[in-house]
Design a protein around this ligand. Structure first.
Ligand SMILES: [Zn+2]
Ligand SMILES: [Zn+2]
Length: 281
């Protein structure tokens, strides 16, 4: 399995000279399974350059698009994913319940609504809503994809990929709390992340910022690390950076997170997700 980051930023795209290392595009990942099938997670602004990359290859685009949820930073790139205009493209949408409703809502429905001038029905691509993941695992050849409900306003899904004994877990837009009077806490996510080779997790806030943002549905690198250590994860990747965070800020977060792990006697691999980088499992 090859995992490539096309968008790593949270909330809103943050282009400019201060974000060239870790990236300014919002959430989008490309996962190339060993069987050759391609899965894309989320349609943030990072899906636009992914579309250009796929079109440049000159082959028909045939993907599974798995949606964590439909907040705007996760759908805003969809109308700019060039393959949606090509009749040779096939997109199988799955993921969070009603995700197709969110993708459709971007487009004009013919009565002057939506956020984009084209009607969803006028897109050339064959776009189908599979709607399997809300009810159980999705199997693509020898890969099994399972879900965990997010602790996030309006909900959503995290995903776990298992392929030939390798495991990749992707959980963004998720508020990890040590204690809650309702909802979920860190321990509730441990079984889902257990022994994962790679865990990509939301780290929008700093530990010193998190209390002022309770209920916003995001985590800090301290709690993301706590989850990774409790679950025996081998490699933690921090993700969904706050838009104002510069490359220098993210590099410092990486460093602080590594120091935190070492203090607890762990040599877990830790890095911040970088737009354009690839992880191979
Ligand atoms: Zn988000
Ligand atoms: Zn969100």
């Amino acid at each position: 399995m090859k995992i490539r980051f096309w968008g790593t930023r949270g909330s809103i795209a943050a282009p400019g000279k201060d974000t060239v290392v870790y990236g300014g595009n919002t959430c989008c990942l490309q996962i190339l399974l060993d069987c050759g099938e391609m899965v894309v997670i989320d349609a943030g602004s990072g899906i636009r350059p992914l579309g250009d990359h796929l079109m440049a290859k000159g082959k028909n685009v045939d993907i599974h698009l798995l949606m964590t949820h439909v907040h705007w930073d996760h759908v805003q790139g969809f109308p700019f994913f060039d393959p949606v205009f090509k009749p040779t493209t096939r997109i199988i949408v799955d993921g969070a319940p009603r995700c197709i409703k969110g993708l459709r809502a971007i487009f004009d429905s013919g009565i002057g609504d939506g956020f984009f001038p084209i009607r969803f029905e006028d897109l050339g691509a064959d776009i189908r809503h599979l709607d399997r993941l809300p009810y159980g695992p999705l199997v693509i050849q020898n890969t099994t994809i399972t879900t965990v409900p997010l602790h996030h306003p309006q909900g959503g899904f995290g995903f776990r990929f298992e392929e030939d004994g390798k495991s990749f877990v992707f959980i963004t837009d998720n508020e990890l709390t040590r204690k809650v009077w309702r909802g979920k806490c860190i321990d509730d996510f441990v079984p889902f992340c257990q022994d994962a080779d790679i865990l990509v997790h939301d780290a929008q806030f700093l530990p010193e910022e998190i209390e002022a943002h309770r209920g916003w549905g995001h985590s800090d690198h301290g709690t993301a690390l706590e989850l990774a250590l409790k679950a025996g994860v081998k490699h933690l990747v921090l993700f969904h950076y706050e838009p104002a965070r510069t490359d220098a800020d993210v590099a410092l977060i990486e460093k602080k997170c590594r120091t935190l792990a070492l203090k607890q006697g762990s040599n877990i691999k830790i890095e911040g997700a970088r737009e354009g980088s690839e992880l191979i499992l």
